[in-house]
Design a protein around this ligand. Structure first.
Ligand code: PEP
Length: 252
């Protein structure tokens, strides 16, 4: 199964979220493409609306972009994992580099959030990745393995965890597209260490409709986590089609 999803970050309105969701629902009325698990991560304000539009039993999983480790309390501005689940989320994105850089997310808070998410029966989508200077110095594998080990500390069963390797130098409008050979060492290390423990290893960072297939061909890559290229529903559907063409066929 290839996991292919998008986070909309802090973009859109309720109207645009409903429009995207209804087009996606209609396009996938017969189910998700074989071998592909779609997921979308709207802003928290649109989570419930998107869930309503997609409907119960949708093949598209919903996620929250962040959630606090506490179940409730005096944490102004935060939402809890339970609240995210109540609004329809099945997974929680944790540790994106923007949250680590701009919102003081640390390995420790990432770990707390991973454990809280698992504790509520949701899937953590754990984001890890190194800055460009670390990549240039050849330190990517150590950096990424260190982040994953910290995030999973004390987690007995990581079977519901998704790991997204998102090198900071590759994501967003100032990122540079990774070449497949830039990714092989990290995915080899992640696959060796965690491949049989977690649900899937995803890649994210300037993925688009042109480079998706070659990215999915990197050994160990089990899905794509996409920003800009999936913010229009047609772009996302195209990525799902590309993944479907590469997904393992059951029984073969
Ligand atoms: C991201 O920011 O996590 C991301 C993958 O974005 P993009 O695809 O736009 O590089």
């Amino acid at each position: 199964m290839l996991w292919v999803g998008t986070s909309w970050k802090m973009n859109g309105t309720l109207a645009s979220a409903r429009d995207y969701a209804s087009r996606l629902r209609d396009a996938l009325a017969d189910g998700a493409p074989a071998g592909v698990q779609p997921f979308i991560i709207p802003p928290a304000t649109a989570l419930a609306a998107v869930h309503d539009v997609l409907g119960d039993g949708s093949p598209v999983l919903l996620g929250a972009q962040n959630a606090h480790w506490a179940d409730a309390g005096a944490w102004t501005g935060e939402i809890s994992v339970a609240q995210a689940a109540d609004a329809g989320a099945a997974l929680v994105e944790i540790g994106h580099s923007e949250r680590r850089e701009f919102f003081a997310e640390t390995d420790e808070t990432v770990n707390r959030k991973v454990r809280a998410t698992l504790g509520h029966g949701l899937r953590p989508l754990l984001c890890v990745g190194e800055p460009g200077a670390v990549f240039d110095a050849g330190g990517s594998v150590d950096h990424v393995l260190g982040q994953v080990a910290a995030a999973l500390a004390g987690v007995g069963d990581a079977g519901r965890v998704l790991i997204a390797y998102e090198p900071i130098w590759a994501i967003g409008e100032h990122g540079r597209e990774a070449h497949p050979e830039d990714l092989t060492d990290v995915f080899a290390a992640l696959a060796a260490e965690y491949g049989d423990q977690v649900t899937a290893l995803l890649y994210g960072g300037s993925v688009n409709q042109r480079n998706a297939a070659e990215t999915l061909a990197v050994p160990g890559v089990g899905g794509l986590f996409v920003g800009r290229s999936a913010w229009q529903v047609e772009g996302y559907l195209e990525l799902l089609r590309i993944a479907a063409g590469l997904a393992p066929v059951p029984g073969r």
